[in-house]
Ligand binder design. Structure first.
Ligand code: SF4
Length: 612
């Protein structure tokens, strides 16, 4: 095995299977036939990274290119990192075990802000300088993509080029350009200029100059000559025709999602005003049932997984769901493949379908009302009434379920104490609904999980501030004190973690020095309770002269230059301002099927009919 050379480490770590690679279905190529080597880096543990659909899609798409081999690497857990540092072992890929410095391209997927320290730490472990300006021709090209690239600025100084939007067509184009430039003997700088000016959807931070005002806000953001002022995200126009991985790797250790994952559509028709995914993945596009079914069957034949889940933002929005379920059930039942349908929307139609899918019958269900009062649900544009929530719960109870999980948020714009108490009241009404009819021998359990609002780029709430930590904590305790029954299980997210997330979600380029200092102080795995250290973060910000409240707790004005203004995700600023004003007027916007609200996303990739 190629990672045998690391046996001196593997026998001493908690889960050696994280570092051995060699999975069933792993792509192997003959290095003598390969002219370009890429290493796809997931800045979190193996178990999380191997469950990531985007990683499977992008690695597969690149590995389809002849002469190019895309390998993978993950953030080593703290025990492995300590040993690597002790023994001077450089971060390596799992396929060949070669150090990252042997690769032409190192690609990071940035799934959420709290993985930034892991990205920096992976560069450190690889012996690659953090700052793009410090990396000469001898170092790999560092590329990045994923949801965080909609505000790439906190890590912009580290990355040579960002892929904005959907990558399965764009990344192979970038790799091909890289190969061409390499053959022609062009420098990294020349390649980057070509990437920014001849390909669509690529942002090269070094080609833009940012200037700041005295108050810390952005004075100007200027592209070099010939470089586009705005970078428009890429989208896949026809999901039926694009590559989808059917021969995904099957890991030897248990991962978070150890199953077949079938993507059925992209985008969202709903328009919740706090939700970044609902905005940046627009427009809504579906795959057809035949294509999904054929793909699912191929995945099963090649991997042998006994579980399959459908991937999308809310399964009940798929227009041909009954047809798709019938097609899938026509063979999954016989092959004993259990099917799960993720949905956080509550409707009767979904309940009926769930009854058809044996594997999920009577298991727990999750709903996301997000706010406890109708007023606040209108503010956030969660178009659902209390009666609809109670009626769906009633159906779930009548169908034999005893437990429900509900997701809420606190700290939402315009929120008052009445809205917080409303979460307790709504949860109580659900418990009362269960006991409103006799259900002999049954007890109900309503779990409520409350996260803290984090304002995100490209949402109507992007200008908002987050509540201070003290205020978030006060609200968390207010809710706890208003829950009167043990049948409601209440859990909440740590406000300190959400605060750090908000700092980086709304941050600008000045934050790169905080990330470098965080690495110097040994900070990583911020998304993990056992590693997150808020007090240390306070010291880090102080050491580099950054006030985190400037990003997290300051309301921005509509005319301020936002750190992400040079990115075009399709949805226009005019639409977001309109939606923000409607939120304050407690006025709702219909979903895209009821009425188009002219968000701008239909203009992407040429004028198109939007949201069937
Ligand atoms: S253009 Fe209209 S239909 Fe399309 S995503 Fe925007 S609001 Fe929805």
């Amino acid at each position: 095995m190629k990672t045998d050379r690391y046996s001196y480490l593997l026998s001493r770590v908690e889960k050696p299977g994280r570092y051995t690679g060699n999975e069933y279905g792993e792509t192997q190529k003959d290095l003598s036939t390969v002219d370009t080597r890429m290493c796809f880096c997931f800045p979190d543990t193996y178990e999380i990274g191997m469950s990531n659909l985007g990683m499977k899609i992008l690695m597969g798409a690149v590995n389809h290119l002849d002469g190019v081999w895309c390998e993978k690497a993950f953030a080593p857990w703290v025990d492995m990192e300590a040993l690597m540092r002790e023994t001077g072992t450089k971060l390596f890929s799992l396929e060949t075990g070669d150090p990252l410095t042997d690769f032409d391209i190192v690609a990071f997927t940035l799934q959420y802000e709290l993985c930034y320290t892991n990205m920096v730490n992976m560069l450190s472990l690889a012996g690659i300088p953090f700052y793009a300006k410090d990396r000469g021709e001898e170092y790999p090209l560092i590329i990045a993509g994923g949801p965080c690239s909609y505000n790439p600025e906190p890590v912009a100084d580290f990355v040579d080029v960002f892929s904005i939007g959907e990558g399965e067509e764009a990344i192979p184009e970038l790799v091909e350009l890289y190969r061409k430039c390499k053959k022609e003997g062009l420098s990294k700088k020349e390649f980057l200029f070509k990437a920014a000016t001849t390909l669509e959807g690529f942002y090269v931070p070094s080609l833009y100059t940012v200037e700041y005002k005295e108050d810390g806000t952005i004075a100007s953001f200027t592209p070099d000559e010939g470089v586009p002022a705005k970078i428009q995200k890429r989208i896949i126009k026809d999901l039926d025709k694009v590559y989808y991985p059917t021969d995904a790797e099957v890991p030897y250790i248990e991962t978070v999602h150890d199953r077949i994952v079938m993507e059925i559509f992209r985008g969202c028709i709903r328009g919740c005003r706090f939700c970044q995914a609902g905005m940046v993945y627009r427009p809504y596009r579906e795959k057809t049932p035949d294509v999904i079914n054929a793909c699912a069957r191929e995945c099963f034949d090649k991997t042998g997984y006994s579980e399959m889940s459908l991937s999308c933002l809310s399964v009940s929005d798929y227009t041909r769901l009954p047809e798709l379920i019938d097609k899938l059930l026509s063979w999954t039942d016989e092959k004993k493949v259990s099917l799960s349908l993720p949905s956080q929307r509550i409707d009767a139609f979904y309940e009926e379908l769930m009854e058809k899918v044996m594997s999920v019958r009577k298991s727990g269900m999750t709903f996301a009302p997000e706010a406890g009062t109708q007023r606040l649900r209108d503010v956030i544009n969660k178009n659902i009434t209390e009666e609809e929530i109670l009626s769906a719960c009633r159906k779930a109870f009548d169908g034999g379920r005893n437990s429900l999980k509900l997701y809420f948020m606190n700290g939402l714009p315009t929120e008052t104490d009445e809205d917080i108490v409303g979460i307790a009241n709504l949860s109580q009404s659900i418990v009362d609904e269960f006991y409103s009819v006799k259900r002999p021998g049954r007890k109900v359990e309503v779990g409520i999980s409350v996260s803290c609002f984090v304002p995100k780029a490209f949402t109507p709430f992007q200008w908002e501030k987050q509540d201070t930590m003290e205020e978030l904590r006060r609200k968390q305790m207010l809710l706890r004190d208003n829950i009167k029954t043990r049948k409601i299980r209440y859990s909440w997210h740590e406000a300190k973690v959400s605060h750090l997330e908000a700092v980086f979600a709304k941050g600008n380029r000045t934050l790169s020095k905080a990330l470098v200092e965080a690495n110097r102080q040994g900070q990583r795995f911020d998304g993990w309770d056992e590693c997150f250290d808020y007090e240390k973060w306070c010291g880090i910000f102080e050491a580099v002269g950054i006030d985190p409240a400037f990003f997290a707790n300051r309301k921005m004005s509509f005319d301020e230059i936002l750190p992400w203004d040079h990115i075009d995700c399709g949805v226009t600023k005019e639409f977001l301002i309109r939606e923000c004003k409607k939120a304050y007027a407690e006025s709702t916007t219909p979903d895209c099927r009821t009425q188009c609200s002219a968000c701008g996303a239909n203009k992407l990739g040429g004028e198109r009919k939007c949201c069937r």
